[in-house]
Design a protein around this ligand. Structure first.
Ligand code: DGY
Length: 322
C-alpha cells in the first residue's frame, strides 16, 4: 500500500477536521496551538509533503526559498492569501490554495455587527455598564447614528461584499459599490456601481471594505480618499488592515472628519496595531474574528482537505491561487 502523504498543520484545527485529515494523510498536528517562528516552521517542514497553514504563518519569498523540495503544496486555512508570496511559490512550483465561499456568511455577520456597533456606540456603552460608570438616562444620552435606510458603500463586491449587501437590504439600506469592473446586473440587485473609489465615498453613509490585500489595494483608503467621506460617515473593515492608512483614519476619527469606525482587521495585528485606535471612543474593535464560527471553521478545514486530496491525486484543486 502507498504511504499517505505527510501534512504539517500549523495551528489547532477543529477536532472533526483533524480527524478527517487523518483519514487521508499522515498528520503533524499542533495540539498546543503554538505560534511557530519561521525557523520552527522550516524545521517542521523538513519531512512533509504539504503544509496546511493559517494567515498567522508568513511565507515570504525568502521562507519559500528555504522550504524543502519535498513540500508540494501550501493548502491555506484562509480565504486571504496575502501572507504567502504567490510568485515565489509559483517559481518553486509549490501549489497554493485557499478556502473561498465558506466564510462569506460568517464574515458578513461580523461586518453587520461592526456597522451596528460603530453606529450605535456599542463599545462605549458596554464599557460604561461594565465599569459601573452608567449613572443616568436622558434623551441626550449615548445618541448614535441610525442605519435603517442609509447608503452602504461596498469596496470590493466579491463573495463577502455581496452577502453584506443582502444583509444590509434587511435594514432598508441602499447599496453602492466599487469593483475593478461592474458585476452583471443579475448579481447586484440594483446596487449602484461607481467606477472611481472617490465617487463611491462621496455618495455613502457607511463604507464596508471587502477587497483583498494586494499591491493594488494596499493603503487604498488613504488620507485623500477619507476626505471624500462626509462627517457622518462610518468606516468598517473586515478584509485586511493593509487596505487602510491607519494614520489617516485615526486622524479623521479624532478630528470628527468622519463619525466612527468598526474594525476587525489591522496593520500590525495582533499586538502592534495603531495605538490611536485603542484611545478613541468612536471605534468598535474586534480581534480578527470574521470567520470564527464553528460552522465556518469546519467548512474551511474541509475545503482545505478537499484541495489537498485533489493535489495528491494529481488533479487540479478547486481553489488554486498559485
Ligand atoms: C481569512 O480566511 O482570510 C480570514 O481572515 C482568516 O484568516
Amino acid at each position: 500500500m502507498n504511504k499517505k502523504p505527510v501534512v504539517l498543520v500549523t495551528r489547532k484545527l477543529p477536532i472533526a477536521v483533524e480527524k478527517k485529515l487523518a483519514e487521508h494523510f499522515e498528520t503533524l498536528l499542533n495540539p498546543d496551538d503554538k505560534l511557530y517562528t519561521t525557523d520552527e516552521l522550516l524545521q517542521l517542514a523538513e519531512n512533509v509533503d504539504a503544509i496546511l497553514p493559517c494567515h498567522t504563518e508568513k511565507f515570504s519569498a525568502q521562507t519559500i526559498a528555504q522550504l524543502p523540495f519535498r513540500v508540494k503544496a501550501i493548502a491555506n486555512f484562509s480565504v486571504g492569501v496575502d501572507h504567502v508570496d504567490l510568485e515565489a511559490a509559483k517559481l518553486r512550483q509549490i501549489i497554493v490554495t485557499n478556502t473561498p465561499d465558506v466564510l462569506s456568511d460568517a464574515t458578513a455577520e461580523i461586518a453587520m455587527l461592526l456597522i451596528l456597533g460603530a453606529a450605535r456606540r456599542a463599545s462605549e456603552g458596554e464599557r460604561l455598564v461594565r465599569s459601573q460608570q452608567w449613572k443616568d438616562w436622558s434623551p441626550a444620552f449615548m445618541v448614535g447614528k441610525q442605519i435603517t435606510g442609509k447608503r452602504l458603500g461596498i469596496l470590493g463586491m466579491g463573495r463577502v461584499g455581496q452577502v453584506v449587501a443582502r444583509r444590509a437590504r434587511g435594514f432598508d439600506m441602499t447599496i453602492h459599490y466599487h469593483n475593478r469592473k461592474p458585476l452583471q446586473s443579475s448579481d447586484t440587485e440594483g446596487a449602484v456601481y461607481h467606477a472611481a473609489v472617490e465617487d463611491l465615498l462621496a455618495e455613502i453613509d457607511v463604507l464596508s471594505i471587502h477587497c483583498p490585500a494586494s499591491d493594488e489595494t494596499r493603503g487604498l483608503l488613504n488620507r485623500q480618499r477619507i476626505a471624500a467621506l462626509h462627517a457622518n460617515a462610518i468606516v468598517v473593515n473586515t478584509s485586511r488592515g493593509a487596505v487602510v492608512d491607519d494614520d489617516a483614519l485615526v486622524e479623521a476619527l479624532k478630528s470628527g472628519a468622519i463619525a466612527a469606525a468598526g474594525l476587525d482587521v489591522y496593520n500590525g495585528e495582533p499586538d502592534a496595531i495603531h495605538p490611536g485606535y485603542r484611545q478613541l471612543d468612536n471605534v468598535f474593535l474586534l480581534p480578527h474574528i470574521g470567520s470564527a464560527t464553528e460552522e465556518t471553521r469546519d467548512a474551511m478545514g474541509y475545503r482545505a482537505i478537499d484541495n489537498l486530496i485533489a493535489i495528491f491525486k494529481g488533479e487540479e484543486p478547486g481553489d488554486r491561487v498559485a
